[in-house]
Design a protein around this ligand. Structure first.
Ligand code: MG
Ligand code: ZN
Length: 98
């Protein structure tokens, strides 16, 4: 499944509830899932648990993008599709980036 298909799937499954909840409430859910991912990675959870939490974070990011009317595929292409936004290279040569 590519990102555009995934965002459309999330839209189909959840859009009614998502619009009722709004951006602020959806953002809180995204942050909760980011916390769960941080815990899974930090605690060295097993691969299945980590995969599950990565999926949750991306699902809630897609949800927030839907509520805000942002197409993630277009946004990624515009910002990163032609290389690093800082230096323009496909392999970043920015100075000082960690
Ligand atoms: Mg989770
Ligand atoms: Zn760069």
């Amino acid at each position: 499944m590519d990102l555009r298909d995934f965002q459309q799937l999330i839209e189909k499954m959840y859009s009614r509830k998502d619009r009722e909840r709004g951006a602020a409430g959806t953002f809180l859910w995204l942050m909760e899932e980011v916390g769960e991912l941080a815990a899974a990675v930090g605690e060295g959870a097993d691969e299945a648990k980590k995969r599950d939490e990565f999926a949750d974070v991306l699902a809630w990011l897609a949800t927030l993008a839907n509520v805000e009317g942002v197409d993630l595929s277009d946004a990624l292409q515009a910002k990163y599709g032609r290389g690093c936004p800082g230096c323009g290279k496909m392999v970043c040569e920015c100075k000082g980036k960690p």
